[in-house]
Ligand binder design. Structure first.
Ligand code: FE2
Length: 374
């Protein structure tokens, strides 16, 4: 395991400068109800809406916001729609990881000339609040990266959306920004996608976990963490590895019926408070055995937090060479064992540690066994 600190020269030659994650779009079976769930359970706020009332005839999209995080939840209105096909195959899941750029036309040019497949040709969207440039490229499975340039726009979200004012505004839970988004890819496909991020998007592989580092008694997987030049955007990629039983990545691939986003990690500055609140609102988290905490401080060294609340909530702690981080993972957010959220608080660590991977996978395996899928 090696962590590289990206130097200034790398940033200066960045051909795809990214300002961060712009939004994450989910295709869901019932966007109206999903929006209620993400507001109630996670404390997202109503931001914008597009649908029949705004002149969009074939779909409804609800945009939710919490600090810098924007989620778009979209449902088709008829069965003969590509989104309906997507839902039939994958169930609810992430369709678009949108990246905030200064030049969406150039982002498209730079990535497609390096081999990216177009998802959406560059276009300019306008309304009375200005204009937005967008473009998109294909990613693993049926997922896509959109590039969003909004420097000449001061509307609520994007042209075509209207402000969504709601009388129902549950309090936020302290979620601040998207820390990373993890993709599950098929057998022996991890390096193809690592190459995609390196060559097409100019990312660096900042961390590698091989199957010996993340194997449990039953299964194994490999993971590589890809980061853009300024470190604002991180996309770890997992692939299954041979084990005695079916790995959780295989379970995902089977139920998502293909490659896709496994989890979104949402950052908080107060993980104990955030997770306490999420639990109160009905969110279920994976559990680690209490023995995880027995030698925790020996493994990770001094931490500022009291151990008892971490243990009571099941929050994991890990370390890289710059500091430590606290993490916890929800159970899948759908009936299919596919997409879940991670809640993360960074205390100096900008990368990841290997210890939690193993604890996470053992926890997932216990759930997999309950589903009869191990
Ligand atoms: Fe993660």
């Amino acid at each position: 395991m090696e962590t590289q600190t990206l130097d200034k020269k790398t940033q200066a030659t960045d051909f795809l400068p990214l300002n961060g994650t712009d939004y994450v779009e989910f295709y869901v079976g019932n966007a109206k109800q999903a929006a209620h769930f993400y507001k109630t359970a996670f404390g997202f706020q109503s931001l914008a809406y597009a649908g029949p009332e705004t002149g969009v005839r074939d779909r409804a999209s609800y945009v939710l916001m919490q600090d810098k995080i924007r989620l778009v939840l979209t449902s088709p209105l008829h069965s003969d729609h590509p989104i309906a096909e997507h839902l039939k195959k994958h169930g609810d899941g992430v369709k678009v990881l949108a990246l905030w750029v200064d030049d969406a036309y150039d982002a498209f040019e730079q990535t497609t000339m390096r081999g990216a497949e177009p998802y959406q040709q560059p276009q300019t969207l306008k309304d009375e609040h200005g204009e937005v440039h967008t473009s998109g490229i294909k990613l693993y499975g049926e997922t896509a990266h959109m590039f969003i340039e909004r420097k000449n726009y001061n509307g609520i979200f994007l042209p075509g959306y209207q402000e969504w004012k709601s009388d129902y505004n549950p309090t936020p839970t302290g979620l601040k920004y998207v820390d990373h988004c993890v993709g599950n890819v098929g057998w022996h496909k991890m390096n193809d996608w690592v190459n995609f991020y390196e060559e097409v998007m100019g990312f660096k592989n900042i961390l590698t976990f091989d199957d010996k580092m993340i194997s449990t008694e039953y299964s194994a997987l490999m993971s590589k963490v890809m980061s853009n030049g300024n470190g604002y955007v991180k996309f770890p990629i997992n692939e299954p590895a041979e084990g005695k039983k079916k790995s959780q990545i295989e379970e995902y691939l089977e139920f998502y019926e293909g490659e896709g986003v496994q989890h979104l990690a949402l950052a908080t500055d107060h993980i104990v408070e955030t997770v306490t609140e999420l639990k109160k609102r009905g969110i279920e988290f994976l559990h680690v055995p209490n023995t995880y905490y027995d030698d925790l401080l020996t493994r990770v060294g001094h931490i500022d937090e009291d151990l008892e609340p971490l243990k009571a909530l099941g929050i994991l702690v890990d370390r890289d060479d710059e500091g430590y981080l606290l993490q916890i993972f929800t159970k899948p957010l759908e009936d299919r064992p596919t997409v879940f959220f991670e809640i993360i608080q960074r205390k100096g660590a900008r990368s990841f540690g290997a210890g939690n991977f193993k604890a996470l996978f053992e926890a997932i395996e216990r759930e997999q066994e309950l589903r009869g899928n191990l």
